[in-house]
Design a protein around this ligand. Structure first.
Ligand code: SAH
Ligand code: SF4
Length: 346
């Protein structure tokens, strides 16, 4: 099933053969540069809207909506045409609105602390299914402008590489979003980071590091066995050198596991040769992971220690925890099988 957000302008032209030429521009503009849907595009004759809507139904159906932070964070459970479900989160900040999109239904990477990873993989999302999440959130954000997209929902965007890159290109070229406001978050698929660096897309890259020694990272992020820290480091160097842009390291603080003075030293050493910024958040609770997030005090101490070691570091605010809308808490996968993992603490 194709989405209208997957067709090119030429294909749209061909679809509208027999219609006056300005219709192509009107519809293209309406789809990409307004917050309308086909159904509400009142400049287009009703019969044409109806036939296009029948041919290209919306990819997403809302099955649940929850809000927290006085409405500043909203999460939707969206059903796709085959019954798979994904989650999309909209976050309002003072100066901007950001949507957190899913790139896959579920995730095959199996990170032990992540609800999506605990639930397993259903399928890749299509280009239209990702873009429609963005436009859906843009409508919900209005009148505020949706300026930022982060690929921090369900799934590993670099394991759905062609779709991710096409979505980034389309949002930049057709929606007019600034590439630097588009953030790809990856668990560390090293060759794909290097490939992305060469796409000529000045997007923002976030690498979910969480540990800077292989023993701990192997336990948290199974993909580390395939692309260990040294290999990931090479990819980060390629990113810095090819794009001339810095990257960010995401670090979810887990009590007694990666919030220790030793962990801070390892992270500082790992980041030292790179243009990198570290984002800290306390681990969000998930049903399958028995170790707690660090206390606010330990988060502060860890940050101070990193700063003393010369690392650029920010503590990120967590949004939507109470509605399971925060990073790593998205798990609304149909028929999900959960596993519980015990982790050794030091
Ligand atoms: N697969 C990609 C993007 C989706 S996960 C990735 O892993 O980067 C989005 C972010 O949530 C990642 O930084 C991930 O490490 C983080 N995350 C996963 N589980 C979490 C949890 N329980 N608490 C806090 N952050 C978590
Ligand atoms: Fe997948 Fe990212 Fe969760 Fe790991 S943290 S399981 S890569 S969604």
């Amino acid at each position: 099933m194709t989405s209208l957000y997957e067709v090119s302008r030429e294909e749209l032209s061909a679809l509208l053969e027999g219609q006056p030429r300005y219709r192509v521009d009107q519809i293209w503009h309406g789809l990409w540069n307004t917050n309308e849907t086909l159904a509400t595009l009142s400049t287009i004759p009703k019969a044409l809207r109806a036939s296009l809507s029948a041919q290209f139904p919306s990819s997403l159906r809302v099955v649940d909506e929850v809000a927290s932070d006085q409405g500043a964070t909203r999460k939707w459970v969206l059903e796709l045409h085959d019954g798979s479900t994904i989650e999309t989160v909209l976050m309002h900040y003072e100066d901007r609105a950001t949507v957190c999109v899913s790139s896959q239904a579920g995730c095959a990477m199996g990170c032990t602390f992540c609800a999506t990873g605990q639930a397993g993989f259903s399928r890749q999302l299509r280009v239209g299914e990702v873009i429609e999440q963005v436009l859906f959130a843009a409508r919900a954000a209005a009148p505020r402008r949706l300026s930022n997209v982060v690929f921090m929902g369900m799934g590993e965007p670099l394991a759905n590489y062609p779709v991710t890159v096409e979505v980034l290109r389309r949002l930049q070229a057709y929606r007019g979003m600034s590439a630097r406001h588009l953030t790809v978050s990856t668990v560390g698929v090293a060759p794909a980071i290097e490939r992305l660096a060469k796409e000529g897309l000045p997007v923002t890259l976030a690498v979910s590091l969480h540990a800077a020694n292989d023993e701990t990272r192997n336990e948290l992020v199974p993909l580390n066995r395939r692309y260990p820290l040294a290999r990931l480091h090479e990819a980060c160097v390629v990113w810095n050198e090819t794009t001339k842009r810095r990257l960010s390291f995401e670090w979810a603080l887990i009590d007694g596991v990666n919030d220790t003075p030793r962990a801070a030293q390892e992270l500082a050493a790992y980041a030292s040769g790179l243009a990198a910024h570290v984002n800290l958040i306390p681990l969000n609770p998930t049903p399958g992971f028995l170790v707690r997030g660090s206390t606010a005090e330990r988060v502060r101490d860890f940050r101070d220690h990193l700063e003393a070691l010369g690392v650029n570091v920010t503590v990120r605010q967590t949004r939507g925890r109470s509605i399971a809308a925060a990073c790593g808490q998205l798990a609304n996968v149909a028929k999900a099988k959960r596993t519980t993992v015990r982790l050794r603490t030091t």
